[in-house]
Design a protein around this ligand. Structure first.
Ligand SMILES: [Zn+2]
Length: 387
């Protein structure tokens, strides 16, 4: 299967106007542009932000084994059915288009996002003919390490139920640490009863399937067996315990994520991540030495005080060469989320040189590569995979 890296933003298949994203890109350079923030970023509700934030913290800071999403399949005014975000009603295909256009702006590889979008278009089609009791199975093996993807993938298992003229989908993301592509092949064969012949992560990613003869539970059992999953869900339970406290702080920060400058948003995210780490460690180790700090987070002190005190960069997420906020998710449902939209997740080339590859003494990205070498490395990484 051949892979390509697209670097020309004009190659976009225009479902969303590319000029919107160019405006957005320009606005990023002049952070704090009111028009930009109001027009593009302030549309999400508190509820949507909390959902997306818990998903983000769950993936990167708690490494939860299972995460549940609710999606709906419903028509818009024009009568077109799409899989949609439960809160905003935005179609998942549109979110995927957003992610593609966003990555194009910074000349980053988009093969995964294209595969995700193709998958969502297929799902829209398949769901029209699905009925209550049908299951969805969709595998998302980890993306290439050299493109900044972590060493874990997901399999999504969905449950379809009819709701009025539309449908509701209960989707569970099952996290798979260091899984081999052969395990994905075997798991899919166990579930579908046939070999799909896929070899590359993008092949799986672009091909969700509807299953009629197995329910969600039976499918999950087969996945657990094939990947030797533990059944205690320890991390998911930790997130569950921290959920209310993290949600409350996210709501307090909501307007920062909507309206503030890039720098302020990043600081608010770091503050939330640091709070998440404190809570996780307390619940995990029974370590109450940070109890007073946790109380400060929960106090009525002004949010500016919290941010001034706790917005230091959190520890790097395992498996990424970047620091927090500079990694790519292997979770297609996280694409185009309100968290991803409000924070600029692209690399910043703001580290001191020299470049570890060409030796030139110019500003470098989080992996120690200058911008030129970074783009080159990403292209070569993808091409090597194809060979
Ligand atoms: Zn270089």
């Amino acid at each position: 299967m051949e892979r390509q890296v697209y670097t020309n933003p004009y190659e976009a298949k225009k479902i969303i106007s590319i000029t919107d994203f160019q405006k957005r890109g320009e606005a990023r350079k002049t952070v704090g542009s009111e028009a930009f923030n109001l027009e593009y970023l302030s549309r999400f509700t508190d509820e949507e932000l909390v959902d997306d934030m818990l998903g983000y913290l769950g993936e990167y800071r708690f490494e939860v084994e299972k995460y549940d999403y609710k999606l709906k399949f419903s028509a818009d005014e024009s009568g077109k059915f799409h899989l949609r975000d439960m809160h905003s009603g935005e179609s998942m295909v549109t979110k995927a288009e957003w992610a593609i256009a966003d990555r194009k702006l910074s000349a980053r590889p988009i093969h995964r996002e294209v595969a995700e979008r193709d998958a969502l278009i297929k799902l829209d089609d398949m769901l029209r003919f699905s009925k209550t009791g049908d299951s969805i199975i969709w595998a998302s093996p980890a993306g290439p390490k050299e493109e900044g993807y972590g060493d874990y993938g997901f399999i999504f298992v969905g449950e379809v139920s009819q709701k009025g003229s539309g449908k509701e989908i209960n989707m569970r993301a099952i996290r798979l640490e260091k899984a081999k592509i052969g395990q994905y092949k075997e798991a899919m064969r166990d579930i579908l009863g046939e070999d799909l012949g896929f070899e590359e992560p993008d092949d799986f990613l672009s091909s969700p399937q509807i299953v009629r003869d197995l329910d969600k539970e039976q499918i999950e059992k087969r996945i657990a067996r094939r990947f030797n999953l533990k059944s205690d869900n320890q991390n998911a339970n930790l997130l569950n315990r921290a959920k209310d406290k993290l949600s409350a702080l996210t709501v307090k920060f909501a307007d920062i994520f909507r309206y503030a400058t890039e720098d302020e948003k990043r600081k608010a995210l770091y503050t939330l991540e640091n709070f998440a780490i404190l809570l996780r460690d307390q619940y995990l180790n029974g370590d109450f030495s940070n109890l007073n700090t946790i109380r400060v987070f929960e106090s009525r002190l002004p949010i500016n005080y919290l941010i001034s005190k706790f917005s230091q960069k959190p520890p790097q997420v395992a498996g990424s060469c970047g620091s927090s906020g500079e990694i790519n998710s292997n979770n297609p449902l996280a694409n185009g989320s309100s968290v991803e939209r409000s924070i600029n997740f692209n690399y910043k080339f703001d580290q001191p040189g020299p470049c570890v590859t060409c030796g030139e003494n110019i500003p470098c990205g989080p992996c120690g590569l200058c911008m030129g070498c970074d783009i080159k490395a990403q292209k070569e990484g993808s091409l090597n995979k194809a060979a």
